[in-house]
Design a protein around this ligand. Structure first.
Ligand code: ZN
Length: 257
């Protein structure tokens, strides 16, 4: 590639400091495992976390220089400042790509971009998940098998209150019988969004080769092809001549009382 894709992995980074199982599974943080899984010559990867500074590591400068933002959050969604959410929205509408992972379905950024509550069913029972690809022609599914399984995961089940224009690429079946639309794409403004379900903090999901491949493919797909603020001139002069004319009520089919 001519230019590297600038990826910023935003991790809440709270469970790793408070939950022994998570600390053991992801020493140093989930963001490091996600980065190790997608690293390649085409990506320049940086990190941002909730408490690293008073802007959650997402200054205007960081976002301006981010092509694709990856978001993992769970227990501190409400700690994310609204002004930072507004900033992320602006950049997505202008074209920045965003990948929301697992419990990010309840994050402020996903709920605002999705436009619904983002609610779903869930069960933490270390059950097997089989993920089926329902759209193998999509670039995010490139190189993946028709299905793959994860031995231990948290169940997310339907109904998933997601926007009706979300396009499913992956569908999960769980050992306990539930199903879920696990991989979904949305276009918001100029920006592309991919939601991917797996990735509970105490399970080894981010070490799985197929999960890593999906996220890596999604970075390529979410990389902006066009990025600009909405045009400043909202009332442009006409390019073609317009003949000034009065409204003919008869021709317009308007009947006045
Ligand atoms: Zn979880």
């Amino acid at each position: 590639m001519d230019k590297k894709i600038n990826v910023t992995i935003w991790n809440e980074f709270v469970h790793e400091n408070t939950n022994e199982a998570c600390k053991k599974m992801y020493p140093g943080g989930l963001h490091l495992a996600i980065a190790a899984g997608i690293a390649c010559d085409d990506f320049d990867i940086k990190y941002a976390t909730l408490n690293q500074d008073d802007e959650h590591g997402l200054s205007e400068d960081v976002l301006k220089n981010t092509d694709v933002l990856i978001w993992w959050g769970h227990c501190a969604h409400d700690k994310v400042k609204d002004e930072i959410v507004d900033r992320v929205m602006k950049h997505v509408w202008e074209g920045m790509g965003i990948i929301c992972l697992h419990s990010a379905h309840m994050s402020k950024v996903f709920r605002r971009l999705n436009g619904t509550t983002g609610k779903l069913l869930w069960r933490e029972a270390n059950e097997r998940e089989r993920i089926w690809c329902s759209n193998p022609g999509h670039p995010i599914a490139k190189g993946l098998p028709e299905s793959f399984s994860l031995p231990y995961e948290e169940m997310y089940g339907e109904p998933f209150q997601v926007a009706p224009d979300a396009q499913p690429i992956f569908i999960s079946w769980f050992e306990g019988g539930n199903v879920f639309r696990s991989g979904l794409t949305l276009q918001r403004g100029n920006g592309r969004l991919f939601y991917f379900r797996p990735g509970h903090e105490t399970f080894p999901t981010f070490y799985d080769a197929n999960v890593r491949k999906v996220i890596q493919n999604a970075v390529y797909w979410c990389n902006p092809t066009y990025r600009a603020a909405y045009p400043k001139t909202h009332r442009p002069d006409a390019d073609e001549p317009i003949t000034k004319k009065e409204v003919d009520f008869g021709k317009a089919g308007i009947v006045q009382d």
